[in-house]
Unconditional design. Structure first.
Length: 130
C-alpha cells in the first residue's frame, strides 16, 4: 500500500452480495410469470443514476441472506429500455427507475420505486409462497 493509499484509503473490492440474473429478453418475462412455488424479484436499474446505484447497494445489503432462496433479476435500463416498456405494459405498472417488482407464484404482488424499494419486505413473501 502506497503513501497515497494510506492517506485517502485504498479502494475496497466490491463483493457481489446477490447472484443477479440479467434480464435481457421478453422470453424471460414469461419464465417469471410461470414461476411456481417461488418468489422472483425484478430490479430495473440505471447504471448512470446515483439514486439507482445507492438503492442497489442498500437493497443487496438488506437482502443478501435471501440469495439462493429468491430468483433475483436485474434489468439494465440503459441497454434494455424497450424491455422496460414491455414490463410496464405487461404488468400494468408505470415505468420508473429504479423500480422493484416482486412476484410470488408468477403473480405480481407489489412494486415500488426509488428509496421506497427499501420498505418492501421480500422475506414476508417467502414465508407465504407455498
Amino acid at each position: 500500500m502506497g503513501l497515497f493509499d494510506k492517506i485517502i484509503g485504498s479502494k475496497k473490492e466490491t463483493k457481489i452480495k446477490i447472484s443477479w440474473i440479467s434480464l435481457v429478453s421478453e422470453d424471460q418475462l414469461s419464465t417469471i410469470q410461470h414461476a411456481q412455488d417461488k418468489v422472483v424479484v425484478l430490479l430495473k436499474h440505471s447504471t448512470r443514476c446515483g439514486i439507482s446505484n445507492s438503492v442497489l447497494r442498500q437493497f443487496e445489503s438488506k437482502n443478501e441472506a435471501l440469495n439462493g432462496q429468491v430468483d433475483f433479476y436485474l434489468l439494465d435500463l440503459l441497454n434494455y429500455r424497450s424491455l422496460s416498456a414491455a414490463i410496464a405494459e405487461k404488468f400494468e405498472v408505470v415505468h420508473q427507475s429504479p423500480q422493484l417488482l416482486v412476484f410470488q407464484n408468477g403473480v405480481l404482488r407489489t412494486h415500488d420505486s426509488h428509496h421506497d424499494i427499501m420498505n418492501i419486505d421480500i422475506e414476508s413473501y417467502l414465508k407465504n409462497s407455498i
